[in-house]
Design a protein around this ligand. Structure first.
Ligand code: MF3
Ligand code: CO
Length: 230
């Protein structure tokens, strides 16, 4: 629904309304709304905004890229997913950023199974992203999920330093986690805007985000929030 709402002339608020209404109509709860004071169902982030954009009066135009990140709670459990979509025709760099970000999720997913540890996922994401000349955010990470939106463990999109290795649990059947690469076309340093939420790249290069909630099984992981045709 969010993806269909990403069209030239739409405000980020209208994009939010489309997903908000769909979540409510489906009998679920928009769990970002009110979370630590966040004022909307979805984070809508445009161009150099990587994550946590607050929907508002901003109009999106042809050539922009728009990330939609949202959570829904259904029967007590939370699902969390995000994607970045082009408005009309976008630059070659923007197209490549969107595709590399999306694919980096699937590169990480290859390690989301018993026999590996949480940091193996981020290592694969980082290698893939950097091999394409882009960078991964360090200041924000993926996470476990369940009855709460953010649960242990942290799921970084990079290989943490050695002193953090005690926070690197084995992956076991039944864990549900969010793998969510946050990627910058330039340098990975970010700043938070004066609204207290919106995370922008410090060098104002483009940012992209892609996320699904997944279940660790005995074999291949199951993607629980896949919002697109494969
Ligand atoms: N969906 C985001 C995540 O990936 C969280 C958004 S912050 C909120 O963890 F305040 F909007 F909920
Ligand atoms: Co998340």
């Amino acid at each position: 629904m969010g993806r269909q709402a990403v069209k030239d002339g739409m405000t980020t608020k209208q994009i939010n309304k489309a997903v908000h209404d769909y979540i409510v109509k489906s009998g679920a709860k928009p769990s970002c709304l009110g979370y630590e004071g966040f004022p909307a169902a979805a984070c809508v982030s445009v161009n150099d905004e990587v994550i946590h954009g607050i929907p508002g009066k901003r109009i999106v135009h042809n050539g922009d890229i728009v990330c939609i990140d949202l959570c829904a709670t259904y029967k007590g459990f939370v699902g969390d997913c995000a994607g970045t979509y082009p408005v009309g025709e976008v630059s070659e760099e923007a197209k490549r950023l969107i595709e590399v970000t999306r694919q980096s999720f699937f590169e990480g997913l290859k390690f989301a199974k018993p026999g590996y540890r949480v940091f193996d996922i981020g290592g694969a994401v980082q290698d893939y992203v950097e091999s394409h000349g882009f960078s991964v955010l360090r200041d924000y990470v993926g996470h476990g999920i369940g009855r709460g939106m953010h649960e242990a463990p942290e799921v970084p999109n990079y290989r943490p330093e050695r002193h953090l290795f005690h926070q690197n649990p084995r992956l076991v059947k039944g864990m549900t986690i969010c793998i969510e690469p946050m990627v910058c076309a330039g340098d990975y340093h970010v700043e938070v805007k004066r609204d207290g939420w919106t995370v922008v790249t410090a060098d104002h290069s483009l940012g992209a985000h892609y996320e699904n909630t997944i279940l660790i099984t005995d074999g291949e992981p199951e993607i629980l929030t896949m919002a697109e045709d494969l």
